[in-house]
Design a binder for this molecule. Structure first.
Ligand code: KIV
Length: 282
């Protein structure tokens, strides 16, 4: 039998809710593959999101809208195979939950059953209360997502910070209360003023996880490739780069190309010599 997941050590929605109650901050990152998940988990990350950001980071799409259920499930499988201690949340992609409650429950179920997700995330406010309630009713933990929700790119007319005026801040605040009431165990707050994020974080008892929402959220999340410096596009100001791995990859690959072209790789240390019984030339 393969390794069983030790549920005593496993981060679950309950662990995360207890962390908020104790004032312990939650560190979350996206991950899309097996090895990165092992590395993140080894470092002690609390939550791993297989986000629809994979559309831009992995697939090269212009935005997250073309991402399919199959793509999310494919990457979820790789991540869940790493059996992390961290909680694994899978993103419901655009149009997998907007058309009907039935679609939403079925697709949330697929992320858990086929991909190995331990919770799902969906974007949107009050309008999605019936959807959230039905998914929670099916015993699937739900993370809400408010503010600059990238699946609403065309509705917003671009990636714009949300909730900057009193009226829209009031709507987002009410949305946050609705998500908690509907049964979300946590919510992502993206691209909103820190004052609004603080107000929401103080008003709800479930953990808020911020991205571009200031330091007063109960946790933070970033796209892994952005914080590691493996990206093509200009990054928003809320991203802190912890490394420049993209530059280091280019440097390493350039050195390899030079070695190959010059004939200095492989050297004797990377080559096999003929031993007993081995025919020359093999
Ligand atoms: O898709 C994603 O990676 C996300 C996070 C950035 C919150 O939704």
């Amino acid at each position: 039998m393969g390794d069983l997941i030790d549920m005593k050590k496993k981060v679950t929605r309950i662990t995360l809710q207890r962390m908020k109650a104790k004032g312990e901050r939650i560190a979350a990152l996206t991950s899309y593959d097996y090895l990165s998940t092992r590395l993140l988990d080894g470092a002690g990350i609390d939550l791993i999101l297989v986000g629809d950001s994979l559309g831009m980071v992995i697939m090269g799409y212009e935005n997250t809208l073309p991402v399919t259920m199959e793509e999310i499930i494919h990457h979820l499988k790789a991540v869940s195979r790493a059996k992390p201690r961290a909680m694994i949340v899978g993103d419901l992609p655009f149009m997998s939950y907007q058309a009907s409650v039935e679609d939403a429950v079925r697709n949330a179920g697929r992320l858990v059953k086929e991909g190995g997700a331990e919770g799902v995330k969906l974007e949107g406010g009050k309008r999605f209360v019936p959807v959230i309630e039905a998914i929670v009713e099916a015993s699937i933990p739900v993370v809400g997502h408010l503010g600059l929700t990238p699946q609403s790119l065309y509705q917003f007319g671009g990636y714009r910070v949300q909730g900057k005026d009193d009226e829209s801040a009031g709507i987002l605040f009410q949305d946050a209360l609705s998500l908690e009431k509907a049964g979300c165990f946590s919510m992502v707050l993206e691209g909103i003023p820190w004052t609004l994020a603080r107000r929401i974080s103080e008003a709800v008892s479930i953990p808020t996880i911020g991205i571009g929402a200031g330091v007063h959220c109960d946790g933070q999340i970033l796209v892994l490739n952005d914080m590691l410096g493996i990206h093509e596009m200009e990054l928003p100001r809320f991203v802190k780069k912890y490394d420049e791995i993209g530059e280091r990859i280019t440097k390493a690959v350039s050195a390899y190309i030079s070695d190959v072209k010059e004939g200095s790789f492989p050297g004797p240390g990377h080559s096999y010599s003929a031993g007993n019984g081995e025919k020359k030339g093999k």
